[in-house]
Write a protein that binds this ligand. Structure first.
Ligand code: ZN
Length: 225
């Protein structure tokens, strides 16, 4: 580069920046006059916090609040459904656990209800618990009907039934008892069983299908004594 080349020299270049300012703490840097921002505020937002910090705090705060609210409601659901489960199975040590949002993270497949081998606890999804408890006030609602049937099916496992079709059949016969234990009507419980036998059970996976269940004699079960 030729330093005398007029293209590289600029007589108008008025560069007046104090480079020492870059090394100084931000609060002591000089600012253009007339801009009234507190340097401490600038340091607080640009010096220490990530731009996502505030949003993340909101997200985690709201999640914690939702989890707390769900915990309060879930504890209430657990208590009501456990009382019903003990009445229907006749076993004083069985329990119903309504899964919370945190539990769903550990159950990768969205299973509406299950009982672990040898366990005394029926695990139901939070939605199934909610819908089963709403059945008594709206026994024609199909979600509530399926939910109270899933609940009764899991109670069948707690009562000692392992074959899925047999457990389905026990549940269809026993659902009027679950209905009464949840403050509903026995007649509506029977209507739910008939709807389930005709419209829902035949659509299930083969080992769950119980053809002619309600037309035959009830299966032998501690839930049907
Ligand atoms: Zn089952």
């Amino acid at each position: 580069m030729d330093e005398h080349d007029p293209r590289w020299t600029s007589t108008n270049f008025d560069f007046d920046f104090d480079f020492d300012q870059l090394d100084a703490p931000s609060a002591t840097r000089s600012r253009p006059s007339g801009v009234g921002i507190d340097p401490k505020l600038v340091a607080a937002y640009h010096g220490r916090r990530s731009p996502y910090g505030r949003a993340l705090r909101w997200v985690f705060g709201l999640l914690a609040l939702a989890a707390l609210a769900q915990e309060l409601v879930g504890t209430h659901y657990d208590r009501k459904l456990t009382a019903a489960a003990r009445a229907v199975t006749g076993q004083p040590d069985v329990e119903v656990n309504c899964r919370r949002v945190w539990d769903e993270l550990t159950f990768l497949k969205a299973n509406p209800g299950f009982v672990m081998w040898g366990s005394k606890t029926a695990n139901l999804s939070f939605g199934i618990c909610m819908d089963a408890l709403s059945w008594a006030s709206d026994p024609d609602d199909e979600h509530a009907r399926v939910a109270i049937m899933i609940l009764t099916h899991e109670l069948g496992h707690l009562a000692g039934h392992f074959d899925e079709a047999e457990t389905e059949c026990v549940a269809m016969w026993a659902v009027p008892r679950t209905a009464m234990a949840l403050g509903g009507s026995e007649v509506e419980g029977r209507r739910t069983a008939q709807w389930y036998a005709a419209s829902y059970n035949p659509l299930l996976r083969g080992d769950y299908v119980a053809p002619g269940c309600l037309a035959n004699r009830p299966p032998v079960s501690p839930m049907l004594r």
